[in-house]
Ligand binder design. Structure first.
Ligand code: FRU
Length: 908
């Protein structure tokens, strides 16, 4: 549609005026001038591009000057002018011409030759033709009266000149009078009346146009002179009221044809504007019309007129056809454009249809693929779900199975403890009881967790006094707190706070929080349990301790399922706090923690007040039951049972030859092993990595037995550290662990452990392994010390140990002759303490440092005495003894003979 509008717009644009033609008419009212204008318009209709501006001065020269100026201002391309009077109009016409605008002068002229073209009959010839016509009729004397046009208008002057020229030669013709009729009938009549006497004498009146001639006939009629006076006019216009008609009805005797030149002026104008050749002077033909040819002329004119009308009709038909053609052209254009657009859009549509089909096909394929994948996933997840469910069911069943034997064990342990004579004061039964409770707690927690996680267990809340509920739980810990020297306080803002909660569930949260707080409190610690209402519809229970606390990473993880913090040596799993969070969540409460390492932790439980937050299903129909608290209390406080102090070796007990460092975070197990192994070895104990490392460096034990999972430093890292420090690198390490996969055992051995024993272990196997490792170490030592030439020939297993022995021996060898040489000198050189040196040398070489030095001195003396020729005094000096007597005594004690006797024996 836009294109159509554009095209039609262009069409209209092309019709716009190419040229503007201005036409200044001296007077427009008479028939002759109207005919001229019509002729012009007719011709203009053949030039649709032209714009035609028309001005009528109505016989006023001053007005005509103004009108020409106005046309000039309107930006005409060409001026056609018929000047009213020659002189007054000359300057303005010259101005137009001088501005480069073409000027066509029509009918009347200016007084200047500055014009582009002239169109009109030759008025001088016309006047002459009139004179000659009168002359040709004049047999006798002729009296002539002339009625002239406007004085100053060029046709008036020229026609008069022509007339005079023609009649000058004929003596019969006498121009009796001349009047100015100003080209108007009335004016002519008035002027004739003024020369009435001359008119009476006249035979001919020549009026310069037919209008004034008709005026003359009227005067003659009034004077009854019509029959004797002939009237001749100019113009001979066809049509009603025209000169041709007046000649035919004998109003005039003759009229000279004076064509208007309207058509010719327009033709010439377009020649000029289109820069085509044109004539400057276009003189139109004239002839005399009188009774002899008037009918012929009329006939011709009628014919021409009817032809003109035909042409006009055809033109209007043509115009109609053109309008139809234009509208059809527009319709056609629309159709063509629509067709083109349809083809283009159709092409595009079929292209996009094809593309769409392609995309659809690939989408369909993808869809199928996704669907298949989804089905596969659904199938897999169903399988996984079933597997999980099966695992969980198995797990739940097994957990249930655990409870019966545990309950049995607990009741038997309780019975045994009631007996009077129990070995060890029931210590081992206590350990059994405590650990059975621990297992029971774990099993219970797992079952609870399972219920909440997978059965979507709902709470059964009843309205209870939270303060007394919490107090009862706190009270159940009092005895244990006291024993552990932990101050336990309950502080509540209100005596009573009614809260909707599940009494069978919420106790586990507080038991867990309080037992943890007591467990992790340090010596003379405190645990505060505070209850208050925060004013926002919540009651808060806060459990604060000044225990070992947690770092931010631990704090962030503490509620996560199965997370185990480094400092939870006895819990065994991180399920307690995760379970607590789930229970609080079911109550639509919040549990949060704030903690600082070595400063303590604060756990806060927020529980909503009222029961608006509970669904009807969550509200219990029966009252809350707290009977279970006692059982729960036993389970949670068992962990806090004090560890019986290890039986310390009595003063008189014989000191053991070898020492062992035990590293274990489970107090009971540590105590058990300490006691059992104490029968065979000196035992040092540590419950975490850094403490174990300190003890190892301090005592350089003969063997280290460590759990793999110990707080702050894993058993494996501990082993690596010990094996990469030369002070402890020789010590055999046994790792003890519940992680019994083969990969884990390999990783333990890779950490340079000498042995990897999995829990549960057989004590006799452990003992035999320890003894075996120590024996192997001894063998190595013997092998090493049996050779006098030094350890360098020995293939020692550890490079660090070899380096140590090399360094140590080098220092000793260099100083054998130095009598002031002491153990401190070696310590300084190697950079270890006396104890560390003593332990290391003892462990690797089987001697004390001083015995070893003495040994080396004696071996050197033996060699010198047997192979060299030194005196006893010289040998004494060479082996660093202060005097020969002391040397002799020491030598005799070792070899059973004096140095001189020895020398004699060997050298012979
Ligand atoms: C018309 C007219 C004609 C005459 C011509 C001379 O206004 O008077 O009758 O021939 O002007 O300019």
């Amino acid at each position: 549609m836009l294109i159509v509008f554009f095209i039609s717009g262009c069409k209209q644009d092309s019709k716009k005026a190419k040229f503007t033609i201005g036409f200044s008419q001296c007077v427009g009212s008479d028939l002759w001038r109207r005919t001229m204008l019509e002729e012009m318009k007719m011709e203009l209709s053949l030039h649709p591009g032209a714009n035609f501006l028309y001005e009528d001065a109505n016989g006023n020269s001053a007005r005509q000057i103004q009108q020409v100026r106005r046309l000039l201002d309107k930006g005409i391309d060409l001026l056609i002018i018929s000047p009213n009077e020659a002189r007054p109009l000359t300057p303005v016409v010259e101005q137009v011409y001088n501005q480069g605008i073409p000027v066509i002068v029509i009918d009347r002229k200016t007084a200047s030759s500055l014009y582009t073209s002239y169109v009109g009959a030759d008025n001088y010839q016309l006047g002459k033709m009139a004179g000659q016509y009168i002359s040709s009729e004049a047999r006798d004397r002729v009296n002539l009266v002339e009625i002239m046009g406007l004085p100053g208008s060029s046709p008036a002057i020229e026609r008069d000149r022509g007339l005079n020229e023609a009649i000058k030669a004929n003596k019969n013709i006498h121009l009796k009078a001349k009047v100015y009729g100003n080209w108007l009938k009335d004016h002519a009549e008035k002027q004739l009346w003024q020369i009435k006497e001359q008119v009476k004498d006249a035979n001919y009146i020549f009026a310069q146009n037919d209008v004034m001639a008709a005026g003359a006939r009227a005067v003659l009629n009034k004077l009854n002179l019509s029959a004797s006076v002939k009237v001749i006019g100019v113009d001979a216009l066809p049509g009603t009221g025209g000169g041709l008609e007046m000649v035919a009805d004998k109003t005039l005797n003759a009229s000279l044809l004076y064509p208007t030149g309207g058509k010719e002026a327009i033709v010439t104008a377009f020649h000029i504007l289109n820069k085509e050749p044109f004539s400057r002077e276009n003189n139109m033909q004239s002839l005399v019309i009188d009774s002899t040819n008037v009918q012929l002329m009329k006939l011709q004119w009628n014919k021409v007129n009817s032809q003109r009308k035909d042409i006009e009709q055809q033109q209007s038909l043509l115009e109609e056809q053109r309008a139809i053609y234009n509208s059809q052209q527009i319709v056609l254009n629309i159709l063509v454009i629509t067709l083109v657009l349809t083809i283009v859009l159709g092409g595009l549509a079929s292209f996009s249809l094809m593309e769409n089909r392609k995309i659809n096909k690939s989408l369909e394929a993808k869809n199928m693929e996704i669907l298949a994948q989804r089905n596969q996933l659904v199938e897999m997840s169903e399988k996984a779900e079933a597997a999980t469910e099966a695992k969980l069911n198995f797990f739940t069943n097994i957990s249930h199975e655990f409870r019966t034997p545990l309950t049995l064990m607990l009741s038997i342990a309780d019975d045994l403890l009631k007996q009077e004579r129990i070995p060890d004061g029931g210590k081992n039964i206590h350990i059994i009881r405590k650990n059975a409770f621990r297992l029971l707690k774990l099993v219970n927690q797992l079952l609870d967790y399972r219920k909440i996680e997978y059965d979507k267990q709902k709470i059964r809340a009843s309205e209870n006094d939270l303060v007394s509920y919490v107090r009862e739980i706190v009270d159940s810990f009092r005895h244990h707190a006291q024993k552990l020297d932990v101050q336990l306080n309950l502080l509540s803002q209100d005596r009573e706070v009614k809260v909707w909660f599940d009494t069978q569930m919420l106790d586990k949260v507080f038991f867990n929080l309080i037992s943890n707080s007591i467990k992790f409190s340090r010596d003379k610690g405190h645990v505060y349990v505070r209850i208050w209402q925060n004013g926002n519809g919540y009651v808060c229970v806060e459990v604060e301790d000044n225990g070992i606390g947690m770092n931010p990473e631990e704090t962030a993880q503490i509620f996560n399922q199965f997370y185990q913090a480094d400092h939870t040596p006895t819990v065994g799993s991180g399920i307690g706090l995760s379970l607590s969070r789930e229970i609080i969540r079911l109550h639509q409460g919040i549990i949060e923690v704030k903690s600082e390492k070595w400063k303590g932790s604060v756990f806060t439980v927020h529980l909503p007040l009222g029961n608006g937050h509970l669904s009807p299903a969550e509200i219990a129909t029966t009252e809350g039951n707290t009977a279970d608290l006692d059982q729960q209390s036993k389970i949670y406080t068992a962990d806090l049972e004090p560890v019986f102090p290890a039986k310390k070796s009595e003063g008189l007990a014989s000191p053991k030859e070898f020492s062992i460092l035990l590293v274990e975070d489970n107090d009971d197990l540590l105590q058990y092993l300490e006691e059992k192994l104490g029968e065979y070895f000196e035992v040092y104990t540590a419950s975490n990595g850094p403490a174990a490392l300190n003890l190892a460096f301090q005592w350089i034990p003969d063997l280290i037995l460590s759990d793999v999972v110990i707080p702050n430093l894993s058993g494996k890292s501990l082993c690596e550290k010990l094996k990469s420090d030369f002070k402890t690198s020789h010590i055999p390490v046994i790792l003890l662990t519940a992680q019994n996969s083969i990969e884990q055992q390999i990783s333990g051995i890779n950490a340079m452990a000498d042995l990897y024993i999995t829990k549960p272990f057989n004590f006799d196997f452990l003992l035999a392994s320890i003894q075996n490792l120590i024996k192997n170490r001894l063998k190595l030592k013997e092998h090493f010390t049996s050779d006098i030439s030094g350890p360098e020939k020995l293939a020692l297993p550890k490079t660090l140990d070899r380096k140590f022995i090399n360094d140590f021996n080098g220092i000793v060898e260099q100083n054998l002759s130095n009598e002031k040489f002491s153990v401190d000198d070696i310590c300084r050189e190697i950079g270890v303490s006396r104890v560390q040196l003593y332990r290391k040398v003892k462990a690797l070489l089987g001697y004390s440092v001083s015995d070893y030095i003495l040994n080396r001195r004696m071996k050197k003396a033996e060699y010198l005495l047997a192979n060299e020729d030194y005196t006893i005094a010289e040998v004494t000096y060479l082996i660093g003894f202060a005097n020969p007597n002391y040397f002799s005594t020491a030598f005799k004690a070792r070899y059973g003979c004096s140095p001189s006797e020895f020398k004699k024996q060997r050298q012979h």
